[in-house]
Ligand binder design. Sequence first.
Ligand code: GTP
Ligand code: MG
Length: 210
Amino acid sequence: MYDANFKILLFGDDTEGKKTFTQKFMINLFSEGHEDTIGVDFEVKSLLVDEYKIKLQIWDISGEGRFRSFLPTYISHARGGLFVYDVTEKSSLTNIDFWLDIVKKDLTEEKTFPIIAVGIIPDSEKERQIFYEEGLKLAEFHRLDGFIECNVKSGEKIEKLFGAISKLMLERSPPPTEPAIAKSSRKAKKNALIAKKKRKKEKKNRKSKQ
Ligand SMILES: Nc1nc2c(ncn2[C@@H]2O[C@H](COP(=O)(O)OP(=O)(O)OP(=O)(O)O)[C@@H](O)[C@H]2O)c(=O)[nH]1
Ligand SMILES: [Mg+2]
């Protein structure tokens, strides 16, 4: 039983690293090489954030133009997004306006939709074409909810990032009830107290009979 079920989008141009990034998060595997995502790929992962058990539905959307007509369907009912770009490709930021427009279009709960920009960094700094400051500035300009750079091979920060976006989704779309874990631990404490009182009473009764 989950406390919350969040659909999260990974979007951005093609061959930026969305699949590679998702795979690293899901099964801690880094594999070189690109395979076109046909429309969209799905993954599901459970996360525990602030005692809330979250079911994260990851929708890894193809960046290819031929799938653009399906985008409104893929985007519908999402609760958060990661805009993924490749810092070794200057052109990978060219379409940020397009992506943010389409993701936010028809979104009645626009305010409840956190987006974090993720710059995929190369193994060698020599290949870098987009600098950290540019990414940060762009994220601030578009009023995104966060900005991070990470190397998929090392996988550092990826787990933390999914935790951070989940926390933002929890804040913007709070579940109607308190976390089940908190509820059950309170219940367990209450039961322990009742049992303790019962034992005390039985001891007292035994003593009075002697
Ligand atoms: N060396 C290195 N290569 C990386 C890293 N991250 C991604 N790549 C490479 O970048 C390419 C990205 O491919 P995908 O992850 O399939 O790209 P995508 O964004 O899902 O592309 P579409 O499905 O077409 O939208 C692959 O060839 C990866 O091997 C990294 O941290 N280091
Ligand atoms: Mg892909």
